[in-house]
Design a protein around this ligand. Structure first.
Ligand code: ADP
Ligand code: MG
Length: 233
């Protein structure tokens, strides 16, 4: 999926996002404000549950700001030649920890021979975490999340599969739009961020989903073409 925007479209998108983020940040702020007011009147015992809510709302506002900033980041990003597997191995403990709490599992199916890629390690970690967390959030207990790699002569693929609820056609159309979410605690910025990360790596995202069965996200990264050494006429 590739989205090309002209200058005017980009400006109007920025306007829409500013409106969206203002709304999204004001919600948790209003909740925090309301609870701070209640906290002035309540006993220490009752404060415990308020504390929990206030912290959650602050974390939520914080994650909206973080996602939004990463999304707004410039196209310049520092890449290094690395093996995708190293990055997967670094982030999978985080996914395992999450999966464990949910009674789910994470399986790795890593291709034995994989080419190195020019990657921004921080961004690719974020990509894997966002896709992985979405997968887990779509699944109930006993769900299985699979991270797979595949390589062909001209590309390396990362495939993230979940056995979750899947999505409808109309959901799939809106998937990558900023602030599109079907979750109460969602920011709707995760996949917009994924798309911009993949685009910064000249890659592509493909989504296949069956309602009630699960979803497969396939990210493909092109391999750098070697400059031909011989002179051709
Ligand atoms: P958020 O996770 O905050 O809702 P995202 O941008 O990550 O925002 O995802 C947007 C929406 O796309 C989700 O709310 C959900 O409806 C849908 N979605 C994303 N990933 C999946 C998945 N693996 N299975 C089913 N639905 C998904
Ligand atoms: Mg998400």
């Amino acid at each position: 999926l590739r989205v090309e925007l002209d200058h005017v479209e980009r400006l109007s998108l920025v306007g829409q996002m500013a409106a969206g983020i203002t709304h999204e940040i004001r919600n948790p702020m209003a909740v925090v404000r309301g609870f701070l007011q209640l906290m002035r009147e309540k006993s220490a015992q009752e404060l415990d549950s308020y504390y929990q809510i206030v912290m959650e709302e602050l974390d939520r506002a914080n994650s909206i700001i973080n996602d939004f900033l990463s999304l707004a980041q410039s196209r310049v990003s520092d890449k290094e030649k690395v093996l995708l597997h190293h990055i997967i191995e670094e982030v999978s403990p985080l996914l395992w920890a999450d999966a464990n709490l949910r009674g789910q599992s994470v399986e790795l199916k890593l291709s034995p021979s994989l080419h190195e890629l020019e990657l921004n390690v921080r961004e690719i970690k974020q990509l894997i975490l966002n896709l992985g967390r979405n997968g887990m959030e779509a699944m109930g207990p006993k769900g299985v999340l699979t991270l797979e790699t595949r390589s062909t002569h001209d590309k390396v693929e990362l495939i993230v599969t979940d056995s979750g609820v899947g999505m409808s056609e109309s959901q799939r159309e809106k998937l990558f739009l900023p602030f599109f979410t079907t979750k109460i605690q969602g920011t709707g910025l995760g996949l917009s961020l994924c798309l911009s990360i993949v685009e910064r790596h000249n890659g592509k995202i493909n989504v296949e989903s069956v309602e009630g069965e699960g979803t497969v996200f396939t990210i493909s990264f092109p391999l750098d073409k070697e400059e031909p050494s011989g002179v051709r006429s």
